[in-house]
Design a protein around this ligand. Structure first.
Ligand SMILES: Cc1cc2nc3c(=O)[nH]c(=O)nc-3n(C[C@H](O)[C@H](O)[C@H](O)COP(=O)(O)OP(=O)(O)OC[C@H]3O[C@@H](n4cnc5c(N)ncnc54)[C@H](O)[C@@H]3O)c2cc1C
Ligand code: FES
Length: 254
């Protein structure tokens, strides 16, 4: 159930120049794909909380994996072990339960964050997981061993070829899917999600995408995060998503 909690930082590790993993004390009972809004200071500045996906969640801990991109994440990166953060969540609708035995997870950059928890839960249900992890360059790949150890098959793809295969995750996806009756779950930049959704549509496979949007309230009240849907309506990423069926947000062909 959604709550506002004061949570203590148990661990805060810098994984690359820009990417950090933060582990907080306390379970929040989140589902894979849900997110939390994190307050960044004891003052009103910055005024708005920042949204982060649940990277992992146990009975006693909550982990986030984040990239420093601006003011809020720079402040977050300075927080020390033992500091207290205000956390609202779990929020939003997560990934739906899988109906098929095989799941293909497609991560682009920091989009890998929520897919770790999803993969852990899928493995606990005895599902087969194929994980495609794409990034611009090797320096943006984190926790490779942890992702690799959970997946039945694991593929690394970088745009500049500095790690794994050179190219885009979406180049490899059709061949990985083959004739498999898989379900696809993706999180990453919008262009990647669109290409994943197109492949899924061509192969007539179910596909769920986790979207990002700039958020204010995070709970469905301000309409600051709306996206246009394929049927010409609008949905709130925070409350109706962030996970959507791909056909709800992307339309292909006539
Ligand atoms: C549901 C959801 C889950 C998210 N999960 C994660 C996560 O697990 N790890 C992670 O690193 N980030 C995640 N994000 C993105 C994260 O919320 C933003 O990077 C963060 O709020 C930026 O705050 P800032 O103050 O550092 O940047 P700002 O100073 O506010 O902005 C810096 C730059 O980033 C852009 N930006 C800010 N927020 C977003 C956004 N939501 N989408 C696209 N561009 C943005 C701004 O336009 C600007 O160019 C998630 C966002 C959403 C909506
Ligand atoms: S952020 Fe306010 S409605 Fe989504």
């Amino acid at each position: 159930m959604m709550q506002k909690r004061q949570m203590e930082i148990l661990e805060h590790t810098q994984l690359t120049e820009e990417i950090f993993r933060l582990t907080l004390a306390g379970g929040i009972g989140a589902k894979p794909g849900q997110f939390v809004q994190v307050g960044l200071g004891p003052t009103w500045e910055p005024f708005l909380n920042r949204p982060f996906s649940v990277h992992n969640c146990t009975k006693t801990t909550l982990s986030l994996l984040y990239r420093v991109v601006g003011h809020g994440t720079r402040l977050l990166a300075q927080k020390q072990r033992g500091s207290i953060l205000s956390v609202v969540g779990p929020l939003g609708k997560g990934f739906p339960p899988t109906k098929r035995r095989q799941a293909v997870l497609v991560a682009g950059g920091i989009g890998a964050a929520p897919l770790y928890y999803l993969m852990r839960m899928l493995r606990a249900e005895g599902k087969d997981v194929i994980f495609l992890y794409g990034a611009k360059t090797a320096a943006q790949i984190v926790l490779e061993d942890e992702y690799r150890s959970l997946a039945r098959e694991f593929y690394l793809i970088t745009e500049d070829g500095t790690a794994g295969t050179k190219g885009l995750v979406t180049d490899l996806l059709p061949q990985i899917l083959g004739e498999n009756e898989a379900e696809i779950f993706a999180c990453g930049p919008n262009a990647m999600l669109r290409a994943v959704a197109q492949t899924a549509a061509e192969k007539k496979l179910p596909c769920f995408v986790s979207l990002e949007a700039q958020m204010a309230c995070g709970v469905g009240a301000c309409l600051g995060c709306v996206v246009a849907t394929a049927d010409g309506n609008y949905r709130r990423v925070c409350a109706d998503g962030p996970v959507f069926a791909a056909e709800e947000v992307f339309r292909f062909g006539s």
